[in-house]
Design a protein around this ligand. Sequence first.
Ligand SMILES: NC(=O)c1ccc[n+]([C@@H]2O[C@H](COP(=O)([O-])OP(=O)(O)OC[C@H]3O[C@@H](n4cnc5c(N)ncnc54)[C@H](OP(=O)(O)O)[C@@H]3O)[C@@H](O)[C@H]2O)c1
Length: 253
Amino acid sequence: MGAMERSSGGTTDLRSGVTGRDELAELYAVTARRWVRAGFVSTLDGRVGGPDGLSGSIGSPADKVVFDTVRALADVVVVASGTLRVEGYTRLATAPGWLDHRERAGRPPHPPLVAVTASGDLPERLLQERPGTGDLVVAVARRTDPRRVAGLRDRLGDEAVLVCGTDEVEPEVLLEQLAERGWRHVLLEGGPSLLAQWVDAEVVDELCLTLRPLLVGGGGPSLLTGAPERVRQARLLSVLSLDDDLMMRYRLR
Ligand SMILES: NC(=O)c1ccc[n+]([C@@H]2O[C@H](COP(=O)([O-])OP(=O)(O)OC[C@H]3O[C@@H](n4cnc5c(N)ncnc54)[C@H](OP(=O)(O)O)[C@@H]3O)[C@@H](O)[C@H]2O)c1
């Protein structure tokens, strides 16, 4: 990573050369006891995927730096099943270079992944245990097919299946159950329909948004796909720039 520009509180631009993990950890540090952060990448026209429907095709090396940073600083990562399927998720592995930081922070090497699903239908590659990765927890609803829930309990253990609502996984119920496990710094990685629900429920404290200088068009999902129409004000906490990308932290509540 080369030099980046940083603005503090959205007011002052400094050329501070944020090049190391310690500086990134400081810039993205969370001091609140509980915090929900969402991490997304978007094109200039608000698309969260390229023509292939994948976020990787609109990503960049600079976005990956922030992606790895916020993952490394999380107690737990939450992802909805649509994204898990499309993006081919497996259990999570911390990016090389961040393991020491996690150890110093008293965190396990790899963050646990919480899969959010009402159908209970998760891809096999996600369910498979893999050495050098974090645990998998599944959040379902009471309406989830009991046979699927029983299958998940058999496969992953009772402790790994959370029932967090009647028809859907309700954000507040899920977050409370995660906090009971000591997972208070939560990263929501996707997808946009889950982000829309969480923003609507006003549980997201911070949005880390990478803005890529791309125009994609088409009819794919945007950042808040499906959210009720309402103007919500965000406050800029910091912005990094590298090449033509902007990596912003916004406070949402
Ligand atoms: N640019 C980015 O940063 C970024 C990040 C992530 C994803 N993406 C892109 O976003 C797209 C996928 O997003 P999406 O909005 O279509 O899907 P999504 O939000 O990832 O997943 C939707 C699915 O998750 C489950 N789900 C969502 N909310 C739930 C709730 N409250 N309770 C229970 N289950 C719930 C349901 O699946 P079940 O059928 O299992 O019930 C639902 O069909 C992909 O193209 C992906 O590449 C982009």
